[in-house]
Design a protein around this ligand. Sequence first.
Ligand SMILES: O=c1[nH]cnc2c1ncn2[C@@H]1O[C@H](CO)[C@@H](O)[C@H]1O
Ligand SMILES: [Zn+2]
Length: 384
Amino acid sequence: MTSQTASVPSPDQISRAPKVLLHDHLDGGLRPGTIIDIARATGYTSLPETEADKLGIWFREAADSGSLERYLETFAHTCAVMQTRDALFRVAAECAEDLAEDGVVYAEVRYAPEQHLEQGLTLEEVVEAVNEGFREGERRARANGHRIRVGALLTAMRHAARALEIAELANSYRDSGVVGFDIAGAEAGFPPTRHLDAFEYLKRENNHFTIHAGEAFGLPSIWQALQWCGADRLGHGVRIIDDIEVAEDGTVKLGRLASYVRDKRIPLEMCPTSNLQTGAATSYAEHPIGLLRKLHFRATVNTDNRLMSGTSMSQEFEHLTNAFGYTLEDMQWFTVNAMKSAFIPFDERLAMINDVIKPGYAELKSEWLFQQTATTSGSAAAGG
Ligand SMILES: O=c1[nH]cnc2c1ncn2[C@@H]1O[C@H](CO)[C@@H](O)[C@H]1O
Ligand SMILES: [Zn+2]
């Protein structure tokens, strides 16, 4: 008998499956049409294209550069149209709506408040506009028959010097929509230890943070993020593969750092398509997530920047099912990993896993039973 739980899910099943997203940038996920609307309304005239389809393609191609630094240049345009309360509200509401439409049930979406002050907003006004937008998006999703919860992560830019201030901001909104902190931006030349004061502050406050590490720079960056800064999770972390040796006969040897990451169940926020664009990986089939999943690292699947990568959670899973033959069981494994690693309280994570994620996958895994009944009962009736 062939149970479909052992076969690759269809795109439709992938889309309907409950998904959890831990690494998604708000300024990397705008709808192209929204960028054009806001640019018109606010007088921003530097967009490279003025038609939505073409603008979407422009972002994808410009981001397909092979270098993180050039990939990041495209954010000048999205940040330029995220400078007013209304724009931030709209972008955040649409983000929650789009994720819910894609079957995401829980998301942590990050952005850098310091990049949205050009037209006079304060840091607090930025956070409040985005929070209100997320709540509005959750309501719209519910009206469309979807359920989603969105938490914000506040990012500090690693080349700048405002990390402590942003960490304090994250801490003051921890009971109002902000679930943690992050640092992002160019990695080479900007080690996480530059922002030690921010991380030490958050640890003293018993707060949570993730650090972009091991994307454009290797093991030293991951080591610092964990052992100097105390990160709860790693943004990307793909270069941990450099500390894993696979011999010709298939035996695997983990170095000290890779062992630590696996033993301590450090979540890896992996973003396959983004990694191909910035040159952190060469193909889906060769993406380190394949080996890391086999070795039972706490790997999770994420979008990073839906606009720049022209992707969604469903598309990331489609690429992975094509490359590795992943089943619904694998998808559930990644999703439960992500939910376990979220920054919301333990009881809420557990309820999400037991009452939303597992029942959702159980339902999908049972579909083959009824398909078979439909075909066999038809032929039985014809034959009898
Ligand atoms: O993959 C990434 N690696 C490092 N930084 C990133 C990545 N994607 C986006 N950003 C940076 O994070 C800022 C806040 O959201 C973005 O403006 C971008 O500069
Ligand atoms: Zn990122």
